[in-house]
Design a binder for this molecule. Structure first.
Ligand SMILES: Cc1cc2nc3c(=O)[nH]c(=O)nc-3n(C[C@H](O)[C@H](O)[C@H](O)COP(=O)(O)OP(=O)(O)OC[C@H]3O[C@@H](n4cnc5c(N)ncnc54)[C@H](O)[C@@H]3O)c2cc1C
Length: 390
């Protein structure tokens, strides 16, 4: 079996990359270790509307709820509400990822990619430093496929990068350990709720993302360095008791989210890492669907050009990393900086700022406007932030 490119992992990043390459005429194989693409969902499923619409034409079948705003609670319960127009880019839709991920893989297939499910990549085939293909395992059978190009889209626990010699280890300060219930029987509006503070989510936040009139994803992320003290699921049970004791649990998921700077380098000879495998989730929100899809799109375009030139060297593939960082690098640096500053604030400091902001006309604020206001009282931080906002 011989392909122009093998994509490992059929999440949104991998499927979008496979689709882009197949549309460009490449012979593409997309492999997924699970038997079903899209399930189980390890995600709260929120995406910003504007950026989402840049990537896809929306199909109502994958929209669970259209979000009208966000409510953010400080540790002392002080709340700030932001309305639809001003809630920024963080949340616009809550998706139905079981359908959405499947749809993206179907689009890749429609463009000509072959898909193998229940197939796990177990290693790279190499000749010296040069990648020659991938070793796969399917239902007890081990076999090899040849390809000059491999795309590592295997998520936050990525092994593909490591196999290629890229350091993808995450520091405890750069990863959130998450737990989430899908619940039925909860009172929700089409607003996303965020709860800050160490009571429910030290170093992270708890969330309620509506999935219908009386359903929601209720979850939280605890920063890695705190997750040894108490398990995320224990925090989640307490949060559930606080927010919606009457709700019934329908599903439970656990997973990790990188809140780091992108992996460096994101490429090696014959290899590109996309999405969570390259740590491309937003360092403040942990949202990774859209960055992942965009990275898949850019990597796909570079792959088409690499094939045309028959040049799969790291030197050429570096164009992917350069284009991605030119578009997103500044936001990563800014948001990573903000994340670090937020981590350094006590519950009381955050609550005090929220209390002061209550009188500000919040309708005029975007999420980053809110953050700027939060730091306004600290001229040093605000000064450091200037370079990211200008
Ligand atoms: C609790 C939680 C809530 C979240 N909420 C949000 C949110 O609201 N909004 C948002 O934007 N992001 C959210 N995220 C992050 C988001 O889920 C990820 O950023 C996104 O799924 C990344 O897409 P991906 O394609 O890079 O990786 P994934 O979606 O993780 O896909 C990787 C795929 O690779 C497969 N795979 C792994 N190893 C192999 C192998 N060896 N061989 C074959 N296949 C393999 C996996 O089975 C998987 O299907 C959340 C994450 C968690 C854990």
């Amino acid at each position: 079996m011989e392909y122009d490119a093998v994509v490992i992992g059929a999440g949104p990043s991998g499927s979008f990359c496979a689709k882009t390459m197949a549309e460009g005429g490449l012979r593409v194989l997309l492999v997924e270790k699970k038997q079903e693409i899209g399930a189980p969902v390890r995600c709260a499923e929120g995406v910003g509307k504007e950026d989402f619409l840049e990537l896809v034409d929306v199909d109502r079948r994958w929209i669970s709820v259209e979000i009208e705003g966000a409510v953010i609670y400080a540790p002392d319960g002080t709340k700030i509400t932001m309305s639809r127009e001003h809630s920024g880019n963080e949340v616009g839709y809550v998706l139905e990822r079981k359908i959405f991920d499947r749809h993206l893989a179907e689009e890749a297939a429609k463009a000509g990619a072959e898909i193998m499910v229940k197939t796990r990549a177990i290693g790279l085939l190499k000749e010296g430093n040069k990648i020659k293909g991938v070793k796969l395992s399917r239902m007890g059978e081990i076999f090899e496929v040849e390809s000059n190009l491999v795309i590592g889209a295997d998520g936050v626990e990525s092994l593909v990068g490591r196999w290629a010699g890229i350091n993808t280890a995450l520091k405890p300060n750069d990863v959130e350990s998450c737990a989430q219930y899908l619940v039925k029987g909860i009172d929700v509006k089409p607003y996303c709720e965020f709860y800050l503070g160490s009571r429910f989510a030290p170093g992270g936040y708890a969330w309620v993302f509506p999935k219908g009139r009386d359903m929601a994803n209720v979850g939280l992320g605890v920063l890695g360095k705190y997750s040894g003290e108490k398990k995320p699921i224990e925090y989640l049970n307490e949060f559930l008791e606080f927010r919606c004791p009457e709700a019934k649990v329908v599903e439970l998921i656990v997973g990790a989210v990188p809140v780091a700077m992108p992996v460096e380098p994101m490429v090696a000879d014959g290899l590109m890492l996309v999405g969570d495998a390259a740590h491309l989730a937003d360092p403040i929100t942990g949202g990774g669907i859209l960055n992942g899809m965009d990275s898949g799109r850019i990597a796909g375009k570079v792959a088409i050009e690499a094939k045309r030139r028959d040049d799969f060297s790291a030197g050429f593939l570096k164009r992917y990393e350069k284009e991605f960082m030119e578009k997103h690098g500044k936001i990563f640096k800014r948001n990573y900086f903000i994340k670090e500053k937020l981590m350094g604030m006590s519950d009381e400091e955050i609550s005090e700022i929220f209390r002061a902001l209550k009188d500000v006309n919040i309708e005029d604020l975007s999420v980053f406007g809110l953050i700027k206001e939060m730091f306004r009282k600290n001229p040093k931080i605000l000064f450091e932030l200037r370079k990211y906002f200008l």
